[in-house]
Design a protein around this ligand. Sequence first.
Ligand code: NAP
Length: 312
Amino acid sequence: MTEQTNHYDIVVIGSGPAGFTAAIYAVRGGASTALFGGVAPGGQLLLTMEIENYPGFVDPVVGADLMGKMLKQATRLGARVLQESITSVDLSARPFKLTSGGGQQYTAGALIIATGAQARWLGLPSEQKYSGKGVSGCATCDGFFFRGKEVCVVGGGDTAAEDALFLTKFASKVYLVHRRDKLRASFRLQEKLKANPKVEIIYDHIPEEFLGAEKLTAVSLKHVKTGAPRRLDVTGAFIAIGHTPATELVKGKLALDESGYIAADSHTATSVPGVYAAGDVMDTRYKQAIVAAGSGCKAAMEALLYLEEQDK
Ligand code: NAP
């Protein structure tokens, strides 16, 4: 395996736990490796308050610190981490051709797409104002901080239902705010919600404003049919209205599933030989850092095997 200028055996696009784990395994497998991390490497964990379910950390670790450690580890091992975005890829021939936002050309023997999925937000200005100060996109990450408090979850799908149930472990009361008169969540989850005395489902309402001083103290809602206002005095608001996988780069070039995620097999292989997908961009189900890291490991091992086969 060789490194020429701007050619790498393995290129990783994306800098969350999937991307960094892929880069760590790729470079330790003897491949010249570049990771394109965008202008602020770290992915979604940069938005997380504290993480205490990532094994190996006795005390909670701040998302940005964990990602900083992964970056240092990948760099120490010899991966080249570029603070650049890849804006177009040509997967029609090997080596694959990549173009960065600055117009630089790169080539790759194998490619790992780990561009993630962003939690969707409602788009209210006050939602951003209280992000990390009560408004969260991840109940698993932040629920623990709301022990004994009243919180709300916005959304009506499986994620919102699971988040609401998860939050009942900590919160004294969980309002589930949904914009329609029927939940989208599975029957099983709906039954669990209805059986849980801490959960109150508020149908036909959408948040209008997040309110507070330094931190969130209330959410004002609007009835979608009557326009009637309602106020919830909550210190936590969890937005669970779905995720959008970051697949713009590969649309029309790699097969996507019906939800728009990259279609990948259990070995992370995509529809194009030599291209692998890891992390939330191919995960419709778990969306956890540790799962993303695991799939990044798999993708790198598969990419190394692929390169070995090509060299024969
Ligand atoms: P989802 O199924 O797309 O549900 C999103 C929910 O948010 C819907 O109820 C939707 O309302 C609501 N919503 C969307 N935009 C909104 C807005 N602007 N304002 C207010 N509400 C809005 O997303 P998800 O729950 O994250 O699930 C994603 C996929 O993962 C699904 O296939 C799901 O089955 C799967 N999943 C499975 C499990 C499990 O099996 N244990 C757990 C989690 C997720 P409407 O209903 O009106 O459209």
